[in-house]
Design a protein around this ligand. Structure first.
Ligand code: NAP
Length: 332
């Protein structure tokens, strides 16, 4: 009998076509995500589940899907999934790393430019009829990117791609990460980037950009104390996960003018609450979690996600398995 899978949102056609050739596919077609109850109802008899980062796949939900063998996440981050619970139930979990690295690094740079040179503010200034003097010596002054010090927190795939782009702007790159890897060696050798502790990085950087996954260790890693270490007039960019930053502390620092500006693609609550103070601030650039949002990258993510699912349900090891412990466990 053909395996059944539930896809919690319409992903690009290329991935859906691959899935439809192999499985009986049920797709959630609404824009808003399905509730947990709806996921349970629709996936009850499914062997595979394709999820987005906005689907909280917790222990309670997993326990109610007795036939589930595979969860293929349509994202690189998978902090919305209780990996331990999935592993305990013998469920394979995969993600889509690598293909979105460059696109997310581009978006990070878009936020760096926009925040440092006040691009959205300048755009509004023109559109709203504020541009009444042709050229002003002190009109909309921003911060230089060229020659500035860029501090990268989390030097993995995306952090490294961000570092490489800094070379064209003759920036000094410093980074703090968890472990020494091939990527950290490349960044040190090719770009002359220097490793340092988080505290030192915060004190020395003109622009800090965050690229860590959301884990127990990184949740709230940038709070009041850390922001206070950043020099007055510096800039914070976050394209990792909202909960890595204490949003209230960030808002206070932006209001006081301690930080010159911030560029955010991710938030503690997504979508951002309609009464969020961030919406009132002019020195923050906001994007609705679009780090990987290019046509080609989203299509590649769909392909990888579908391939992982096909591999997992054909008793092959998915290329991007995130919980390999599940294999050891199933052998015991
Ligand atoms: P990655 O290659 O795994 O890089 C993450 C890096 O952070 C690794 O070098 C990791 O070190 C390091 N790290 C982990 N915990 C740390 C800590 N406590 N302190 C310092 N460094 C730490 O992941 P990636 O592909 O670059 O993606 C990074 C994150 O970006 C994802 O997890 C996701 O949440 C986010 N993301 C967002 C978007 C978006 O749309 N805005 C798009 C893609 C990704 P180890 O390898 O030693 O653990």
């Amino acid at each position: 009998m053909v395996d059944r899978i539930f896809v919690t949102r319409k992903i690009p056609e290329i991935g859906l076509e691959m899935l439809k050739k192999e499985f009986a596919v049920d797709i959630w077609k609404e824009q808003q995500p399905p509730s947990s109850e709806e996921i349970i109802r629709r996936a009850k008899n499914c062997h595979g589940l394709i999820t987005l980062l906005s689907d909280p796949i917790n222990k309670e939900l997993i326990e109610q899907l007795p036939r589930l063998k595979m969860i293929a996440q349509y994202a690189v981050g998978y902090d919305n999934i209780d990996i331990e619970a999935a592993t305990e139930e013998g469920i394979l979990v995969s993600n889509t790393p690598g293909v979105l690295t460059e696109t997310t690094a581009d978006l990070t740079w878009a936020l760096i430019f926009a925040s440092a040179r006040r691009i959205p503010e300048a755009d509004r200034y023109v559109r709203e009829g504020e541009w009444k003097v042709a050229w002003g010596p002190e009109m909309l002054l921003g911060k230089d990117i060229y020659g500035a010090t860029l501090g990268i927190v989390g030097l993995g795939r995306i952090g490294t791609a961000v570092a490489k782009r800094a070379k064209g702007f003759s920036m000094k790159v410093i980074y703090s990460s968890k472990s020494e890897t091939e990527l950290t060696r490349v960044v040190e050798d090719e770009l002359g980037a220097e490793p340092c502790e988080l505290e030192e990085l915060l004190r020395k950087s003109d622009i800090v950009t965050l690229h860590v996954p959301l884990t127990d260790e990184t949740e709230g890693m940038i709070g009041n104390e850390q922001i206070a270490m950043m020099p007055k007039g510096s800039i914070l960019i976050n394209t990792s996960r909202g909960a890595v930053v204490d949003q209230r502390a960030l808002i206070e620092a932006l209001e006081r003018g301690h930080l010159f500006s911030a560029g955010l693609d991710v938030f503690q609550e997504e979508p951002l609450e309609s009464d969020s103070k961030l919406l009132k601030l002019t020195n923050v650039v906001l994007a609705p979690h679009i780090g990987s949002a290019s046509f080609s990258t989203r299509a590649k993510m769909a392909e990888i996600c579908a391939r992982n699912m096909i591999q997992g349900l054909s008793d092959e090891i998915p290329d991007n398995l995130v919980n390999p412990q599940v294999l050891v466990q199933s052998k015991q």
